[in-house]
Design a protein around this ligand. Structure first.
Ligand code: 8X3
Length: 257
């Protein structure tokens, strides 16, 4: 894509999983990719790898729950000719407890990263995305943003919040040259999602995917993001739900045990 070389895409949570795969995919599409995450060493290594492969990439350490840091990041982006894409990917689950015993601190932290993190980056970058004349906000929500499951309420509530943010923003900015795309992945096997959720318990994490022939990969989801973002500017993929074939709903998964 000849014009894409001058375009910039920001990916949050780019240190691993869907975020890292999305950064690779958008770099391959010709974007200058700005990778953000808390873990500077990871995004610096990925940016170096992409640069060595002939792509354009910049790493910027960022905690999306820190509003002042997000505002400073938005100012840093002034050096780019335009900011065209923001992929709000940073997020995650903590715990799988029932409502009766869930830890309020987990709920608070999940709301902070999955909802306020998206709010911070979207608010801070919206002026630049609008000024680009062809901006795209991607919210990587989850099927947890579209249906409940037992033991998931804290995460489900937060992801419903991310979904509501995307839907409402689309209504509020209609007429401006900015698309709002929500990608809602179901079961995706990544290195960290389930391990983080179960606080490092590898056995519990492995059980999430037990007997499931082919959970989605981070690359599968990055593929849907790359596809949605590279549609012509007048085409807005409002919501794309993507699950592995073996998962018919949040609570109906085919397992070969
Ligand atoms: C991840 C999907 O089913 O673990 O966002 O909530 S699930």
């Amino acid at each position: 894509m000849a014009t894409a070389a001058l375009r910039t895409a920001v990916v949050t949570g780019a240190s691993s999983g869907i975020g890292a795969a999305t950064a690779r995919r958008l770099a391959a599409e010709g974007y200058h990719v700005v990778l953000t995450a808390r873990r500077a060493d990871r995004i610096e290594a990925l940016a170096a790898e992409l640069t060595a492969a002939g792509h354009e990439a910049t790493a910027y350490a960022l905690d999306v729950t820190d509003r002042a840091a997000v505002d400073a990041f938005a100012a840093f982006l002034d050096r780019f000719p335009s900011v065209n894409v923001l992929v709000n990917n940073a997020g995650g689950a903590l715990g799988a407890d029932p409502v009766a015993t869930g830890d309020p601190d987990d709920w608070r932290r999940m709301y902070e990263v999955n909802v306020l993190g998206v709010l911070h980056t979207t608010q801070a970058l919206l002026p630049a995305l609008t000024a680009s004349g062809d901006g795209t906000v991607v919210v990587v929500s989850s099927t947890a943003g579209h249906g409940v499951y037992e033991g998931g309420a804290g995460y489900v509530a937060a992801k419903h919040g991310a979904h509501v943010l995307a839907e409402t923003l689309r209504l509020e900015i209609v007429g401006r040259p900015v698309r709002v795309i929500e990608i809602a992945p179901g079961m995706v096997r990544t290195d960290e999602f389930a391990v983080t959720r179960f606080r490092g318990d590898q056995e519990k994490a492995a059980r999430v995917y037990e007997g499931v022939a082919e959970p989605l990969t981070a690359e599968d989801v990055a593929d849907t993001i790359g596809w949605a973002v590279t549609r012509p500017p007048h085409v807005n993929i409002d919501l794309l739900v993507v699950r592995p074939r073996a998962q018919a709903s949040n609570t109906k998964v085919h397992r070969e045990l």
